[in-house]
Design a protein around this ligand. Structure first.
Ligand code: DAH
Length: 340
């Protein structure tokens, strides 16, 4: 029995050394120390030994068991540690790898132009105000001296919501809203979206943006308007860009002007963009019609003012030399992200 014990001890210790996974050790333990284990079997067989040998043999079996248990535990700890290391290695994260690229958005070129325009006028002391896009006929037309059946209404291609409500066809109604609610001095710009029943083409879209300007105070003259727009042109397009006023007509201004800028492409030399004239038409302007002042509750004998309205998309096309309005609406990112 002693030999048997020695043999078991050597064999099992070897098995423990050979084990490659902590799970195998459990099988070994059950096979030798479990209820039906080899060593347990030996202990049970002790009854057959002569009584005087039992204590010594019992001691021997217990020694073997203790030795095996101790080694099993050690080896299990070793293997668990190895397995842990292997797992950590497999799960290791390389913090030096580049992260997923998240591209930052860019402003739409129309918005870049609009922000620049607002910035220039705010720099000159203007306040930016907004009005509703769904507007009363009263503000969009009546207070601007465009009564019902006035021919100027035809030119506007208006989207009517009902008899009294329209999608605003220009930002000028915001002027009327400001004049009816504030006292001079007034100095505001009114940027925003406007609507006209136009077919979309290289220069038209049923939805576009305008920026209105309005100044009302004592002794405001056409010279103030001209100086203001000259300074705007210089800041927006650079030195050497000037304005040219041509007589025109708007019901809400008297006198009225259409304003051209030096062609930024050829600097006035004459090119394809300006059709050889050296000038590009960009906005409408004029002295606020005294009739409009009076309808809006402002004393036209004491106050005068100027107003102007410009297309924002048009400014963006000019600033970035974009040949077709449609590029601004197609929203092809390869195009849009060129502008910052
Ligand atoms: N509201 C005009 C338009 O759409 C533009 C305009 C012209 C605005 C003259 C003005 C102005 O304030 O004085 O087309």
């Amino acid at each position: 029995m002693e030999n048997k014990l020695r043999e078991i001890r050597e064999r099992v210790l070897q098995n423990i050394e050979d084990a490659r996974a902590s799970g195998n050790l459990e099988q070994i333990r059950v096979g030798i120390l479990g209820k039906k284990g080899e060593l347990t079997g030996l202990l049970r067989g002790m009854g057959k030994l002569p009584p005087e040998e039992r204590p010594r043999m019992g001691q021997l079996v217990n020694d073997v068991r203790a030795a095996l248990e101790a080694r099993l535990e050690e080896r299990a700890a070793e293997l668990r540690e190895k397995e842990k290391q292997a797992r950590l290695e497999a799960e290791a994260i390389d913090v030096t790898l580049p992260g997923p690229e998240r591209s930052a958005g860019t402003l739409h070129p129309m918005n870049i132009a609009l922000r620049k325009m607002v910035e220039i006028f705010v720099g000159m002391g203007y306040e930016a105000v907004e009005g509703p896009e769904v507007e009363f006929d009263h503000y969009n037309f009546e207070l601007l001296n465009i009564p019902k059946n006035h021919p100027a209404r035809d030119a506007q291609d208006t989207f009517y919501i009902d008899d009294n409500i329209v999608l605003r066809t220009h930002t000028s109604p915001v002027q009327a809203r400001i004049m009816t609610t504030r006292k001079p001095p007034i100095r505001v710009i009114c940027p925003g979206r406007v609507y006209r029943a136009d077919e979309a083409d290289a220069t038209h879209s049923p939805v576009f943006h305008q920026m209105e300007g309005l100044v009302i105070d004592e002794n405001i003259t056409m010279g103030d308007l001209k100086g203001t727009l000259d300074e705007f042109a210089r800041q927006m397009f650079g030195e050497g860009i000037r304005t040219r006023f041509r007589p025109s007509f708007f019901p809400f201004t008297e006198p009225s002007a259409e304003v051209d800028l030096t062609c930024a492409n050829c600097r006035g030399e004459g090119c394809r963009m300006c059709k050889g004239t050296g000038w590009i038409e960009v906005l409408g302007a004029g002295m606020v019609n005294p009739r409009v002042l009076e309808m809006c509750g402002i004393d036209s004998t004491k106050y005068s003012g100027f107003a102007f309205g410009m297309g924002v998309e048009r400014m963006a096309l000019l600033k970035y030399n974009i040949p077709n309005l449609r590029y601004l609406y197609e929203n092809d990112l390869r195009f849009l992200t060129q502008y910052r």
